[in-house]
Design a protein around this ligand. Structure first.
Ligand code: DSN
Length: 407
């Protein structure tokens, strides 16, 4: 590279990534092929619009690329193109979620999502996000006793509030979600059911976590977490009419033209509603990742992520650390570090000084502020990509324990 200043920083970051143990639940290491596609000439091309309907010339190859990636995405999750459509243009998860609401929820209507402090995401209607300014968030959480989803309570809130959309799929929830129960709740109030599977999409692809597609109307996934692709996102949506949802007929602020399908509305919301030209280089890299995700090795990888997380949680528990909800079924866990008098910020900083990277995180019903919460979030996708197995998790748990207790 001619730019030595940036080249040096890239080398520094590569060295940092090699040196540390990465336990950030939302990060991963991509293959060289993914990096190559990201750095390809597709970055040069504008292709506003969709295959067969672009606003620029010279898009013959772009069309082939986007169609190939869309096909791979549907195939990976065993979806029929007669029932499902996929949009691979969102720049990342936040704009993808925004596009879904722009398509399906009239401004001022209610988005029912888990509150951030309980494990939800900013874009599930949190007030500080634009999704909480254009729409009203109806928050739900987890049971204080079990620290898991309380479906009866969620059903009660939904019946009382009649949200236009119910969002499930979280950023800090370590348990399996019962999508069938969410479907029933959504049907009871005529709401759209949206699943944000960003965190566990790779686990679904690898057959290690229940698929949400049987129940959801819309599914969003970022591509850079467990799917092990570049930064980006995909929105899968059913080819059913928006008019099917009862909240539309009750609402004063109807969506214009509710005869169109969810899929059509989402395509229009992504472009031209929200974004300009798609990042074709990212789309190419998503395609590469999707092919890797379809391989038998990826199934093993997905299962190993969960085996590792379970082992790490079990060992930390054995060493006296309180694990939120008592353990994990997924790729992540929340450790209540305050139960041993250490704030989440201090815990994360101590671990980082010893080369273990995690993030501070609120735990359900946290009495402390998000900038210095009561816990840390630990995830195993990146460490599993690096080849770690259960025996490494045992060692890691002992090391984490020692560092945090300052011994
Ligand atoms: N910030 C991501 C995470 O770490 O879970 C979600 O967007």
């Amino acid at each position: 590279m001619k730019d030595k200043e940036i080249e040096k920083l890239i080398r520094e970051e590569a060295a940092r990534e090699r040196k540390v143990v990465n336990l950030i639940a939302s990060e991963n290491f991509v293959s060289n092929d993914v990096l190559e596609a990201l750095g390809s000439v597709f970055t040069n091309k504008y292709a506003e619009g969709y295959p067969g309907g672009r606003y620029y010339g010279g898009t013959v190859v772009a069309d082939k690329l986007e169609n190939t990636v869309r096909k791979r995405a549907l195939k990976l999750f065993h979806l029929s193109p007669n029932e499902w459509s996929v949009n691979v243009q969102p720049y990342s998860g936040s704009p993808a979620n925004l596009a879904i609401y722009l398509a399906l929820v009239p401004p001022g209507e209610k988005i029912m999502g888990m509150s951030l402090a309980m494990g939800g995401h900013l874009t599930h209607g949190q007030r500080v996000s634009v999704t909480g300014k254009l729409w009203n968030q109806i928050p739900y959480g987890v049971s204080q006793r079990t620290e898991t989803l309380d479906y009866a309570e969620i059903a009660t809130i939904a019946k009382r509030e009649k949200p236009a959309i119910i969002v499930t799929g979280y950023t800090a929830y370590p348990r399996v979600i019962d999508f069938g129960k969410f479907r029933k709740i959504a049907d009871s109030v005529g709401a759209v059911l949206m699943v944000d599977m960003s965190h566990f999409a790779g686990l679904v692809a690898g057959g290690a976590y229940p698929t949400p597609f049987k129940y959801a109307d819309v599914v969003m996934a970022t591509t850079h977490k467990t799917l092990r692709g570049p930064r980006g996102a995909m929105i899968f949506s059913r080819k059913i009419q928006i008019a099917n949802f009862k909240f539309q007929t009750n609402s004063k602020s109807k969506i214009k033209n509710s005869k169109i399908t969810i899929a059509e509305a989402i395509d229009r919301a992504v472009f031209p509603g929200l974004q300009g030209g798609p990042h074709l280089n990212a789309i190419a890299a998503i395609g590469v990742a999707l092919r890797e995700d379809a391989k038998p090795e990826f199934k093993k990888y997905a299962k190993q992520i969960i085996k590792n997380a379970k082992m790490l949680a079990r060992e930390l528990k054995r060493l006296g650390w309180r694990i939120v909800s008592g353990g994990t079924d997924t790729h992540l866990m929340l450790v209540d570090t305050m139960s041993r008098g250490i704030g989440g910020k201090e815990a994360a900083e101590k671990l980082e000084r010893a080369g273990i990277i995690v993030n501070k995180n609120t735990i359900p019903y946290d009495m402390r502020k998000p900038t210095d919460p009561s816990g840390i979030r630990i995830g195993t996708p990146a460490a599993t990509t690096r080849g770690m197995k259960e025996k490494d998790m045992k060692r890691l748990a002992a090391k984490i324990d020692k560092i945090l207790r300052g011994k």
